[in-house]
Design a protein around this ligand. Structure first.
Ligand code: SR1
Ligand code: MG
Length: 401
């Protein structure tokens, strides 16, 4: 079993038996492949007669969403497991525990979270999570602050930049988020009903100039160790608990990319309410919850990030009066710009979101797509002038009027 090959369910069971102190010898184990993401195999292994269970996540040497024609490095499994360990140390209650990483199989053995649901699915079913903003705001503040030059030894940080160099997965982001949607790329995928919108993106040079700036930040600004793909499919949730998973796109990049990912995915669900809600009351309630959450995520992040800075900043010059305010102002603008990019790619790019794609009524789906694009474009075009999170809410409200 030690040479790399994709495991089948039986092999996953055999492997799980070798993990010390997890299952009783001779336990009757069941295995199910539950991966519904774009890239990996995920096995849920459980003892049929006790509560013992575990998750085995194995990287495939290609992008599952496209097929074997798109090869992909297995090193992403190392990046993911090492990043999960760092994030778990910084936020023990918000990140699953990694029990073991097996490099030759590109396999991570980790805590089972199957009492949680994928947040995207929960939101699509109309659930609201009042504790989420507090949890994710804290996750963002702690993981971004303590991996940056503000919160860690700057020589160690440079070694971390090297440890988390992730060129292949960054290239996916550079192409799928910051390039393809703005040209007639074969990677794009969109409904013919919104071809006018796609063609308008390809012609909008003012928009493209802003995207080029944001793309440049993604390419060059090694500000903090990012999760790199922090959408609501990378979050497991219950009413009480939030767990962030799947940081295989992690690398040293601009903090606003992670913050913007969270905001974008709340707003994609907001657009999707066009078809997800059954009544206008449900739609209004979900949208009001989603906008309040957008605001709270930023507010909690800002408060906690400032508090960490005041308490634990390791850099003397960064304590210069005025620098913290300027830094936070830049983070808000970046977050808004990246949120816009992440919305647009999910409507016209290669990989979409179920919040909109699963809408069965064609007219409602088209309205949702147009709303998402309208919000995305406004966020990108206005991001360098933004000075408060309320401006995001105003843009979102205007898009559904
Ligand atoms: C080929 S991978 C497509 C997308 O899936 C991941 O979740 C990332 O968002 C990536 O862009
Ligand atoms: Mg993922």
């Amino acid at each position: 079993m030690s040479q790399y090959h994709p495991l089948n369910e039986q092999e996953a069971i055999e492997f799980a038996r070798t993990i010390p102190n997890l299952f009783q010898p001779g336990a009757e184990l069941a295995s199910r492949e539950i991966g519904d993401g774009n890239l990996n195999l995920v096995f849920h292994i459980r003892d049929k007669h006790s509560d013992a269970s575990v998750i085995l996540k194995q990287a495939l040497p290609y992008a599952k969403v496209v097929g074997e024609s798109w090869p992909l490095t297995l090193d992403r499994a190392r990046i993911e497991s090492e990043l999960l360990m760092i994030q778990h140390e910084l936020c023990p209650s918000l990140v699953p525990q990694v029990y073991k990483y097996v490099p030759e199989l590109a396999l991570t053995v980790m805590e089972d979270l199957s009492d949680h649901v994928i947040m995207r699915r929960g939101l699509m079913e109309g659930h609201q999570y009042p504790l989420f903003a507090g949890h994710i705001g804290a996750f963002l503040a702690r993981t971004l602050f303590y991996t940056s030059d503000l919160g860690m030894n700057q020589q160690h940080k440079k070694m971390r930049v090297k440890q988390f160099i992730n060129p292949e997965l960054c290239k996916i982001t550079e192409d799928l988020i910051f390039d393809d949607p703005y040209t007639d790329s074969p990677n794009n995928s969109f409904d013919e009903a919104i071809r006018d919108e796609a063609e308008a993106l390809w012609a909008d040079t003012a928009l493209q100039l802003e995207v080029a700036r944001l793309r440049h930040g993604f390419l060059t600004h090694a500000q903090a160790l990012l999760h790199g793909d922090l959408h609501t499919g990378s979050i497991f949730i219950t009413q009480e608990s939030t767990k962030v998973i799947d940081p295989e796109f992690g690398y040293y990049g601009p903090m606003g990319f992670d913050i913007g990912a969270v905001l974008a995915n709340l707003l994609l669900n907001y657009a999707g309410q066009e078809g997800l809600s059954e009544t206008s009351e449900q739609r209004a309630s979900m949208r009001s919850y989603l906008l309040a959450t957008v605001k709270d995520v930023w507010t909690v992040f800002e408060e906690q990030f400032r508090a960490l800075w005041d308490k634990d900043c390791v850099d003397r010059m960064s304590r210069t009066p005025g620098f913290q305010d300027a830094y936070i102002a830049g983070l808000l603008q970046d977050s808004i710009g990246y949120a816009g990019c992440k919305m647009i790619r999910r409507v016209v790019g290669l990989a979409h979101v179920a919040d909109i794609d699963r809408i069965s009524d064609a007219a409602a789906k088209e309205r949702a797509q147009r709303i998402a694009l309208s919000i995305g474009k406004s966020l990108i075009k206005g991001h360098r002038q933004a000075d408060s999170i309320e401006q995001v809410l105003e843009i979102a409200l205007k898009a559904v009027q």
